[in-house]
Design a binder for this molecule. Structure first.
Ligand SMILES: Nc1nc2c(ncn2[C@@H]2O[C@H](COP(=O)(O)OP(=O)(O)OP(=O)(O)O)[C@@H](O)[C@H]2O)c(=O)[nH]1
Ligand SMILES: [Mg+2]
Length: 385
C-alpha cells in the first residue's frame, strides 16, 4: 500500500490541503482519476471541513489529541461501463502541529498523554512512500527568519526531512517534496524570488541548503478568496480547490503515470540517498522482448509462450533443423526476459528465475509463475502492466 504522508508544523496548511484534495478528487478529473474514501470518517472529515470553508471560515487548528486517519483509494476510470482501476492507496494522518514540536524539538518534554501520538507521527513519517512537507508562506514571509516561531518551524521542517531522508539504512527513503502553502496570498513575492526555490533560499536558508534538490512547489488550496468583515482573507463561498491538482500530479508522477504538466523538472537524487523511484517501464518496441526491466501480466506472459510454441512448431513443420536451432537460440534470452518480468509483476526478484534450472522439478516453475496474480498498482519494478 502506497502511503502518502502530508506533514508540516502548526498552521502550515495540512487540514486545508487534505480536505481540499478529498473534495477536488471526489469526482474524476479529465484523466479519470478520483479519490474514493475508504471509510465514513474520511468522507465526513472532508465534508465537514469543506462546509466550513464554504461559509468563509478556515478550519479550526487541529486539536492536540486528534490523530485522524484518512484513507482513500486512488482510482482511474477506464471507459463507459468499465469498472475503475485501483491505482494506489492514499493514506494520510491529520496531526496537530503541536505534536510535531514534541516529536522533533522537545521529545523529552512530551506530555504522557501525547507519547503515543509522537510515536505514531514518527512511524508515519518513516514509513511514507511519498512525503509532502508543508510550509506556510505567511509564517516565513511576514514573520521572517529571525522570528522565534519561524526558527522553530525551520528547525522542525529540517528535522522531519532529515529523519525521513538522511538515514537510509533501516528504511527506504521516500520521494519527497517541500510545498509552500498559501501561494495565492504571496504570488508577487514568489515571482520576485524567481519561483518557490528562490523563496526557500531567501527565507529558510538552511532548509534550502540541505534540501533544495527536492521538488519545491508553491500551492494554494483554493482558487478564490475574499476579504471578510474582519479584514481576513477567507475562501470565497464558491471556491474550488482546483490549484491542488498540482499535488495530485506530483503523487501521480511517482506512480509513473503520465508526466504532469505542472510539476517541476525532477533532479536526480544524490548518490547517498537511494531513491524509491521505480525503473521506467521498457519501451513498446522490439527491445521489450530483451529487457529485464519492468513487468508482464499473466496474459502477456502466456501470449509470448504461445508465440514461441507456434514458432517452434512452424520451424519443425518446415523440416529445417538448422532453422529450428536458430529459432531456439534467438528465443533463449527473450524467454528469460519473459520469466523475469513475470516475477517482477508479483514483486519478486528476477533471480528466482534460476529455480527453473533445477531439474527434475524446475520445469514446473514457469507454469507456476504464469498463474500467480500480479501486484495491484505500482510495485518495486514499475507500474501495473
Ligand atoms: N489564503 C490561504 N490561506 C491558507 C491556505 N491554506 C491554509 N491557509 C491558512 O493557513 C491556516 C492554517 O491552515 P490549516 O490547514 O488549519 O493548518 P494545519 O497545518 O492543519 O494547522 P494545525 O492543525 O494547527 O497543525 C488557515 O487557517 C488559513 O488561514 C490557502 O491555500 N490560502
Ligand atoms: Mg490541522
Amino acid at each position: 500500500m502506497k502511503k502518502v504522508a502530508i506533514v508540516g508544523v502548526e498552521g502550515s496548511g495540512k487540514t486545508v490541503m487534505l480536505a481540499g484534495l478529498g473534495e477536488l478528487y471526489a469526482r474524476p478529473d479529465e484523466n479519470g482519476y478520483f479519490l474514493a474514501p475508504k471509510n465514513f470518517q474520511t468522507a465526513s472529515y472532508v465534508a465537514g471541513k469543506i462546509a466550513r470553508m464554504r461559509r468563509g471560515e478556515w478550519p479550526m487548528a487541529t486539536a492536540e489529541d486528534v490523530l485522524l486517519g484518512l484513507d482513500w483509494t486512488l482510482r482511474r476510470r477506464q471507459g463507459d461501463g468499465e469498472r475503475p482501476r485501483d491505482v494506489c492507496e492514499v493514506s494520510c494522518l491529520d496531526f496537530a502541529g503541536e505534536v510535531y514540536r514534541y516529536a522533533f524539538v522537545r521529545e523529552n518534554a512530551t506530555p504522557s498523554g501525547l507519547i503515543d501520538e509522537v510515536a505514531s507521527l514518527k512511524e508515519y513519517v518513516r514509513n511514507a512512500d511519498d512525503l509532502i512537507v508543508l510550509i506556510n508562506l505567511r509564517d516565513i514571509i511576514v514573520r521572517g527568519e529571525h522570528d522565534s516561531r519561524v526558527q522553530e518551524a525551520m528547525w522542525i521542517t529540517n528535522a522531519i526531512l532529515s529523519y525521513a531522508l538522511d538515514d537510509p539504512y533501516d528504511h527506504r527513503p521516500p520521494r519527497a517534496a517541500i510545498v509552500l502553502s498559501q501561494s495565492d496570498s504571496y504570488a508577487d513575492t514568489i515571482r520576485a524570488c524567481g519561483g518557490p526555490k528562490g523563496v526557500l533560499a531567501k527565507y529558510l536558508p538552511y532548509v534550502a541548503s540541505n534540501y533544495d534538490w527536492l521538488d519545491i512547489l508553491a500551492v494554494s488550496a483554493v482558487d478564490r478568496t475574499v476579504v471578510d468583515d474582519n479584514g481576513n482573507m477567507v475562501p470565497a463561498p464558491d471556491f474550488r480547490p482546483t490549484p491542488l491538482r498540482m499535488i495530485m500530479d506530483w503523487i501521480r508522477y511517482g506512480l509513473h503515470e503520465s508526466e504532469p504538466p505542472h510539476a517541476p523538472q525532477r533532479r536526480p537524487a544524490p548518490p547517498d540517498n537511494p531513491s524509491r523511484r521505480i525503473p521506467a517501464a521498457p519501451s513498446a518496441g522490439l527491445g521489450q522482448y530483451f529487457t529485464l526491466r519492468g513487468r508482464k501480466n499473466r496474459a502477456q506472459y502466456w501470449r509470448f509462450i504461445g508465440f514461441v510454441f507456434l514458432g517452434a512448431i512452424a520451424s519443425l513443420a518446415l523440416g529445417n533443423e538448422a532453422g529450428l536451432g536458430l529459432f531456439v537460440m534467438a528465443m533463449a534470452w527473450p524467454c528469460i526476459s519473459n520469466v523475469v518480468r513475470r516475477l517482477h509483476d508479483f514483486n519478486r526478484s528476477g533471480w528466482w528465475w534460476w529455480l527453473s534450472c533445477i531439474q527434475p522439478i524446475g520445469w514446473v516453475v514457469p507454469i507456476f509463475i504464469g498463474l500467480i496474480r500480479g501486484t495491484r498498482g505500482d510495485n518495486d519494478y514499475g507500474p501495473e502492466p
